[in-house]
Design a protein around this ligand. Structure first.
Ligand code: UDP
Ligand code: MG
Length: 330
């Protein structure tokens, strides 16, 4: 019997987790020919998310969890889940039910019958986002696919079902600055894409804002492309050439017409412009250096505070839970 590991990163999802648990259990019941393992990765939530997960663990041995010592980000949570899971197939889902669990059945059917290693979902429409954000997203995908060598599918979600082989390949990429979409396309393998319309979040709030998205986008470009460095070099060479030509021009003009002191304002403008360009290019190199710096430090991608094997639940909490469970069984 095949085993599917479901990895669910959760950050302050106390409202969404119960709804998610209900929905995923419907799928588990339906797919009786497969065994399941639910891995909740609590990414340093500050609300009751972890307690809720622990309650489920007490009544359901399919539930496993990892809880981080602080918030490490979704990418770290995904990596931790992939390291921790034991299934033959692995799927990644958001807790907010934006990735509808009922797709798992279809994905499993495809991955076991067709010659593919991964079944992913992509979306063309995103109801939650306004026109402006959708436009920015489209531009961004165009830009990054031009700049980087790996192909990034526009609108691809992290929601996918992968074979163990692909998961192991992903685990080989131990970099600190993680960008899942890039990692998935870097490891390659045959992926089949299904289209769907992303529904709205069932509960809770999205953890993204425009600033976080912008940093995420820049990180991705820096992580998967060195083209900006080349651009900096080209711009540098171009400006050297322009100044060389201007110097020759000025020398000749002075020789012919003498030296009238004129054009201070334009000179100041040019100086500002050039120093702007210089700072921009230094900034680009700085961005790469900072990424190198964080990689070289070799810090762990995440730090675990507790798991279901080493729970911090005390005896009292456990007793109340067991009583509660008896109540549920009646
Ligand atoms: N998430 C996480 N750590 C974070 C931010 C988000 O584990 O620092 C989880 C979150 O709980 C959710 C998933 O990642 O299950 C997607 O987050 P969200 O819904 O905020 O992103 P969106 O769907 O808006 O892209
Ligand atoms: Mg979401």
């Amino acid at each position: 019997m095949d085993k599917i590991s479901v990895i669910v990163p959760c950050f302050n999802e106390e409202e969404a987790v119960p709804l998610f648990y209900k929905e995923i259990n419907k799928v588990i019941k339906k797919m009786s020919n497969v065994s399941f393992e639910l891995i909740f990765v609590d990414d340093g939530s500050r609300d009751r998310t972890l307690n809720i997960i622990k309650e489920y663990r007490e009544i359901d041995s399919n539930v496993r969890y990892i809880s981080f010592s602080r918030n490490f980000g979704k990418e770290a949570a995904i990596y931790a889940g992939l390291e921790y899971c034991t299934g033959d197939y692995v799927t990644l889902l958001d807790a907010d039910l934006q990735d509808s669990p009922e797709f798992i059945e279809k994905m499993y059917k495809i991955i076991t019958t067709e010659d593919v290693d991964c079944v992913g979902l992509k979306t063309d429409t995103h109801k939650e986002y306004g026109i402006f954000r959708r436009f920015l997203t489209r531009c961004y995908y165009k830009l990054i696919s031009k700049l980087s060598k790996v192909e990034m599918v526009p609108g691809a979600r992290d929601f996918r079902l992968m074979t163990r082989q692909m998961v192991n390949a992903i685990l080989e990429l131990k970099e600190y600055n993680r960008y899942s979409k890039g990692i998935f396309s870097f490891v390659g393998f045959k992926t089949k894409w299904l289209s769907y319309e992303v529904p709205k979040r069932v509960a809770g709030k999205s953890k993204w804002n425009i600033f976080k998205l912008f940093t995420y986008a820049v990180d991705a470009i820096i992580g998967y492309s060195t083209v900006p460095l080349t651009i900096a070099v080209i711009v540098g060479v171009l400006f050297c050439l322009i100044s060389l030509i201007s110097i020759i021009f000025i020398i000749i003009r002075t020789l012919i017409f003498g030296d009238p002191v004129a054009g201070w304002p334009s000179l100041v403008c040019i100086m500002f412009f050039l120093s702007g360009i210089q700072l921009f290019c230094t900034g680009i190199s700085g961005a790469y250096i900072s990424k190198t710096y964080t990689e070289v430090k070799g810090r762990p991608i995440y730090i675990i505070r507790e798991t279901e094997k080493k729970s911090k639940m005390n005896e009292n909490e456990r007793k109340t839970l067991i009583n509660k469970e008896k109540g549920w069984q009646k």
